[in-house]
Write a protein that binds this ligand. Structure first.
Ligand SMILES: Nc1ncnc2c1ncn2[C@@H]1O[C@H](COP(=O)(O)OP(=O)(O)OP(=O)(O)O)[C@@H](O)[C@H]1O
Ligand SMILES: [Mg+2]
Length: 366
């Protein structure tokens, strides 16, 4: 089902929680909604499910207006982060629940429900759990059952709100792959909320980054990873080093900075800020550089370097332990970024909320 959200706003008291959301999700797409706590992800999901209503804007599915419909009429499948299964019902009865409470006219017969549950148990690879109670399951198994319950009614849209949030990293990774397989087999249009970028990038066809009630960027995972469109997205995706630079003919220049590995940008000359991931910086000993190494810590395979530069700039770099063997605290280093993103304006300009009018920058070859 194609789902279309247009200029949607939602306000709770004085707080604008959604500030003009425009998003179209294609038939069978798996979308990850990625954003920090409080950015409005759950609110958006609840509005789609019919558990909350917007103050303005539109929501349609297959061209049909969904706002006048009740949650029951929309029949979305919903899995919440801490959604408890019914503790007094066995797994098979939990999965069957949505079917058993359908209006009489649409409700399948008992034998049909049992067959559908059986089919789902196999499909979700949990047939051995059918007669257990939720208390007898691990967290990961419970979330599989919760997904089974959401899928039982063959929902037009599947809404997953941090379904793996409470689970440990290894189980999350397993479930992620399993979910991708389930999605590919059912083809259900799916919105998956997470604040874990690795999860979003591995799972989704498209990633939507939200910040403070707005969509900051929408794109394929690799597009977003390589070309964050705003300072907000850049910081959120780990480009945490910000170096004030001067742009000249599309090149970022600053003392102690070697940007020869970065492509030229089609941007006007003037002050700008270079955003970098610590792991994309190669430090090179250079007595003439203004960046001085002030701390060197190890996290096992990598070394983390903290430096002090001009104008209160304290860049951090992450390098393989082997290549950091010769470095000593106190020495000065030239920084060579292997990848990065440039936004116009000096450091002050970057503290403004990332605005929708921030242009996407085109790369150009010299
Ligand atoms: N019913 C409500 N009444 C008042 N404020 C609310 C209500 N529901 C949500 N909010 C506020 O709206 C904002 C967005 O909340 P929401 O739950 O959508 O965020 P989120 O992106 O899902 O965050 P998280 O990652 O922590 O789950 C928050 O500031 C929250 O306090
Ligand atoms: Mg939430």
């Amino acid at each position: 089902m194609t789902l279309q959200i247009s200029n949607m706003t939602r306000r709770f008291g004085p707080v604008d929680v959604l500030r003009g959301i425009d998003l179209t999700i294609g038939e069978g797409e798996l979308i990850a909604l990625l954003g920090p706590s409080g950015s409005g992800k759950t609110t958006l999901l609840k509005i789609i499910a019919g558990l909350d209503w917007p103050d303005a804007g539109g929501l349609s599915v297959q061209g049909e207006d969904w706002l006048p419909k009740t949650a029951q009429e929309r029949r979305t499948g919903f899995v919440f982060q801490h959604y408890a299964l019914f503790p007094h019902l066995k797994v098979r009865d939990n999965i069957a629940f949505g079917l058993t409470v359908m209006p009489r006219a649409q409700r399948p017969g008992k034998a049909q429900i049992a067959a559908r549950v059986e089919e789902l148990l196999h499909f979700l690879q949990i047939p051995a759990l059918a007669d257990r109670y939720p208390a007898e399951l691990s967290g990961g198994q419970r979330q599989r059952v919760a997904l089974g319950r959401a899928l039982a009614i063959s929902p037009p849209v599947l809404l997953l709100d941090e379904p793996f949030g409470a689970l440990d990293a290894q189980v999350r990774r397993d479930l992620r792959r399993w979910l991708r397989g389930v999605h590919d087999a059912t083809g259900t249009t799916t919105i998956f909320v997470t604040h874990d970028q690795e999860e979003a990038f591995e799972l989704a066809d498209r990633v939507v980054v939200m910040g403070a009630g707005r969509i900051e960027q929408t794109g394929r995972p690799d597009e977003i990873y390589d070309h964050p469109a705003t300072p907000f997205v850049a910081r959120f995706l780990g480009l945490t080093v910000e170096i004030p630079v001067t742009l000249r003919q599309g090149r970022a220049e600053a003392p102690g900075l070697d940007t020869s590995a970065l492509p030229r940008r089609a941007m006007a000359d003037g002050p700008a800020t270079l955003f970098l991931r610590p792991a994309d910086i190669t430090p090179i000993p250079d007595p003439a550089s203004p960046f001085r190494l002030t701390a060197l810590t190890t996290t096992g395979a990598t070394h983390r370097l903290v430096m002090e530069g001009p104008a209160d700039c304290r860049p951090e770099a992450e390098v393989a332990r082997r290549s950091a063997a010769a470095l000593t605290v106190g020495q000065t280093l030239r920084l060579r970024p292997e990848a990065g993103q440039i936004f116009p304006g000096g450091p002050g300009a970057q503290t403004l909320p990332a605005a929708a009018d921030n242009p996407r920058f085109k790369e150009s070859t010299p």
